[in-house]
Structures are given as C-alpha cells and as structure tokens.
Write a protein that binds this ligand. Structure first.
Ligand code: HEC
Ligand code: HEC
Ligand code: HEC
Length: 164
C-alpha cells in the first residue's frame, strides 16, 4: 500500500473531530486557539454515534452526561410531552416513529407547533423530498440534529409491527 494512503488513514482514525485551528470555522491566528476547549477533548467523553458530530445527544441527555439549562427566564414553563406519533406514508420503507419526548427535552412546543407542524396526526403533507429540501423534519435534521442519511433512525418501525 502507498505510504501516503496509510498516513492519511491513520490521520483519519486519529482525528475524528477536527482541531479548531483547521476546522475552517475558526481563525487559526486567533488568540482563542489554545484557550478554547478542543472538540475532541469534550465530545469524546460523550456516548458515541456513527454520524453527524459523532455524539448520540439523546443518550447523553438521558444518561445525565450533559445537563443543559432548560430556561433562562424563571417564568419560562418547561413542557415535556411523552407521546410517539407513527407516520405511515412511507412507501416501501419502515414506518416513521416521531418521539415527542426526545424533542421536548430540548425544544418547546412552539418551536414546531403550529408553524411547522399542525398538532394533529396526519394533518401535515410531509414527504421525503420536502424533508430533503429542508422543510418539516429537515429544518433541523441534517442541520442541527442527526443527518438525513440515517434513514433507520426515523424509519424505525417495521410495517408488520403496526396495527392497521
Ligand atoms: C420537533 C417538533 C415538535 C415539537 C417540539 C412538538 N411537537 Fe407535537 N407533533 C410534532 C409532529 C411531527 C406531530 C405529528 C404530526 C402529523 O402526524 O402530521 C405532532 C403531533 C402532535 C399532537 C397530535 C398527536 C398526539 O400526540 O396527540 C399533539 C396534541 C401535539 N403534537 C402536541 C405537542 C405539545 C403539547 C408539544 C410541547 C409539549 C409538542 N407537541 C412539541 C412535532 C413536534
Ligand atoms: C428525520 C427523519 C427522517 C429521516 C432521517 C429519513 N426520513 Fe424518510 N420520511 C420521513 C417522514 C416524516 C416521512 C413522511 C411520513 C408520513 O407522512 O407519513 C418520510 C417518507 C419517506 C418515504 C415515502 C415516500 C416519500 O417520498 O415521501 C420514503 C420512500 C422515505 N421517506 C425514504 C427515506 C430514505 C431512503 C431515507 C434515508 C436516506 C430517509 N427516508 C430518511 C422522515 C425521515
Ligand atoms: C425543531 C427541530 C427538529 C425538528 C423539526 C425535528 N427534529 Fe428530530 N430531533 C431534533 C433534535 C435536536 C434531536 C436530538 C439530537 C439528535 O439526535 O441529533 C432530535 C432527535 C430525533 C430522533 C432521535 C430520538 C432518539 O431517541 O435517539 C428521532 C427519531 C427524530 N428526531 C425524528 C424526527 C422526525 C421524524 C421529525 C419530523 C416529523 C423530526 N425529528 C423533526 C430536532 C428536530
């Protein structure tokens, strides 16, 4: 095997999170480099994932590995909802299970309702193309939440497991 290839494979394995100085976001000349915590140092402590930023954030929260502040203003009411919605217009693909709990741990109802999703089962004309265009689930997934290439995380319920 060519040495260059071996070297790049080793580098790939070692540097799963890019150092701040060459992440194409931070100015490598900035005095903040060397002061800010490196992503690898922080994120390698959290439950791993295989895609996105390589952290399973839902697990991190559930296992108490992170404890984000829920509100800044004391009068803000934290609302958790624990219902799942099965979305069955998925053609040959397994059915989509939308878990409210995993979302309301981070988000308020008003982040989704009624602007992006009408809060009624089946009231939203969602399809995969619109999601890939950044609408509905695609407002967050592929942007700030796990990427759309992770089909099975949404399409998680085999069709024969649901009652007609
Ligand atoms: C991340 C976006 C998101 C957030 C946040 C969210 N919802 Fe929903 N909600 C949905 C989606 C998607 C559906 C399913 C719509 C469909 O079937 O077309 C839904 C459906 C519903 C429904 C009808 C189905 C059911 O479970 O009874 C209600 C009621 C509802 N939401 C209330 C709430 C409330 C109350 C909150 C806050 C505590 C909330 N939702 C937070 C996305 C969200
Ligand atoms: C963030 C969640 C999410 C991810 C990731 C996701 N889907 Fe979907 N998909 C949906 C939702 C929601 C629907 C609409 C279901 C409904 O309206 O009942 C859908 C619908 C579909 C449909 C039905 C036909 C259509 O065009 O809408 C197909 C096929 C599909 N997805 C394939 C895929 C494939 C292949 C992947 C991975 C490359 C994928 N999906 C990833 C949420 C997702
Ligand atoms: C307003 C932003 C937002 C919208 C819209 C949104 N999600 Fe999410 N979703 C998140 C965040 C944030 C997480 C947690 C971080 C992560 O897993 O990447 C998450 C996590 C999930 C999980 C993982 C749950 C677990 O236990 O690991 C599933 C499944 C999911 N979303 C499905 C959907 C589907 C299906 C839709 C559309 C019907 C949708 N989401 C719309 C932000 C959103």
């Amino acid at each position: 095997m060519m040495l260059g290839l071996v070297v790049s494979m080793v580098l790939e394995a070692a540097g799963r999170w890019r150092p701040l100085a060459n992440d194409n976001l931070h100015d490598p000349e900035s005095p903040a480099i060397g002061v800010l915590q490196e992503p690898a140092e922080a994120l390698s402590q959290l439950p791993p994932d295989t895609s996105g930023n390589l952290v399973n954030w839902v697990k991190a929260l559930e296992e108490g590995k992170i404890n984000p502040r829920t509100n800044i203003r004391p009068e803000t009411k934290v609302r958790i909802r624990d219902t799942d919605v099965l979305m069955t217009e998925t053609g040959e693909m397994p059915v989509v299970r939308f878990p409210h709990k995993a979302h309301t741990m981070w988000l308020d109802c008003s982040n989704c309702h009624e602007q992006y999703f009408i809060s009624k089962v089946g009231a939203n004309p969602i399809n995969m193309l619109k999601i890939l265009e950044g609408k509905y689930c695609g407002r967050c997934h592929g942007a700030v939440a796990f990427p759309l290439t992770e089909c099975k995380r949404c399409h998680s319920v085999p069709r024969n497991k649901i009652k007609p």
